[in-house]
Design a protein around this ligand. Sequence first.
Ligand code: KIV
Ligand code: ZN
Length: 514
Amino acid sequence: MDRLIIFDTTLRDGEQSPGASMTREEKVRIARALERMHVDVIEAGFPIASPGDFEAVRSVAEAVRESTVCGLARALERDIDRAGEALQPAERARIHTFIATSPIHMERKLRMTPDQVVEQAVAAVRHARRYTDDVEFSPEDAGRSEVDFLCRIIEAVIDAGAGTINIPDTVGYNLPSQFGELIRTLIERIPNADKAVFSVHCHNDLGLAVANSLSAVLNGARQVECTINGLGERAGNAALEEVVMAVRTRQDVFPCSVDHIDTTQIVPTSRLVSSITGFAVQPNKAIVGANAFAHESGIHQDGVLKSRETYEIMRAEDVGWTANRIVLGKHSGRNAFRTRLKELGYEFDSEEALNEAFARFKELADKKHEIYDEDLQALVTEANLEAVNERIRLVALRVCSETGETPVASVTLTVDGEERQAEEAGSGPVDAAFRAIEAIVESGTELQLYSVNNITSGTDAQGEVTVRLEKAGRIVNGQGADTDIVIASAKAYVNALNKVFSGAEREHPQLGDV
Ligand code: KIV
Ligand code: ZN
């Protein structure tokens, strides 16, 4: 049976969601999680878009060994050269080049004739082949392009050396039956179609991205481009978790398999992406929503208790939901800590890093008796965040909050090694803490998003906070976790400020010259 190639574009199209900016280090962390899931292709970014995105693609290409790493390029030599350069360290590299083919895009955006578009597409594919044998071509807005023209350009780019033909429904306009039919027609009519893998890339403007992708698979597509949590431009892309689980659950219908995907990595990766981008997952979201496997009604609960299959078509544990398993406690040793993290897919680069994380674990275990897998994951995230906090560090926070009184926060930070302190009042303890931090740092940033999620259940659970700040069009997300949510909030704010002030970090691709 054919294998369905899973092409993840969380780091490229996903990052095009307004506000979902990721630092280079965050992209690498997500890429590693995708690799643990055994995703076939990771589209890491758009190297020409900005120097930061170039560096991010390069870092992902260095870090990932198993999955193919892909870089996006318009059908222009300079874009392709930039992508080729960024992908140089990759074990397996793919260049994905695109040009629009719909009448409206060719006439109004490109101002090019169809002949010119075909010529440029062919030249781009030939040029990309100088860097790698693995070249993908996308006729942008294929969902609104004329079929005859699609056949013509696709035949030409396959002849020029494109091994993957990706059909994007760029504006999410298609319906499942129509899109499936389009894929079948292209495969049937293009004489050299057997020399390429047909792929689809669907946007969710009408809520049909997954349905369209699956319809395409039923009609011959063997690669699906998707993102974790359905992140992506506007209403997003097809959600990876939904595509994978639909194909896996309905093997009676699909003529291809996703057996190579480690589906138990889905929920941890979804959490990672959500915490890095600050895009919360809605509770009723399929597969990864908090309620996806929760049976509320008495009739359902009774049925599930008698026989699980009465109301469950998938097993929660198969997609990585752990039943809040207590894994470690105050008396657990370093070895148990290292072993459990290894089982979760985390390894330490050095003994020093392990010791530091273990010290944090002991600190947490003093506050919280039962440590779950999710707490351990948050601990590793914290360690990664600390590495970013180069200029500003939270030293101490004291908050006074009382009924009928205005909350006051007193904050001590070090800024470039110098200790500074401020006290401010606010409408709530978090507001007071943020005002005190701002009084010290005077960042001039605007708070765009503040969200709190509990990592596990119970009142002693850690709160995980995301803060999104904007300054001069640059958007950054900061994270922090703690059993005290005011401290978690301050940590998240400080983490975001460090990103704002870090000259080394990448500019969001949307601010680049593309
Ligand atoms: O939606 C789209 O058309 C794209 C292409 C670059 C594949 O993202
Ligand atoms: Zn897209």
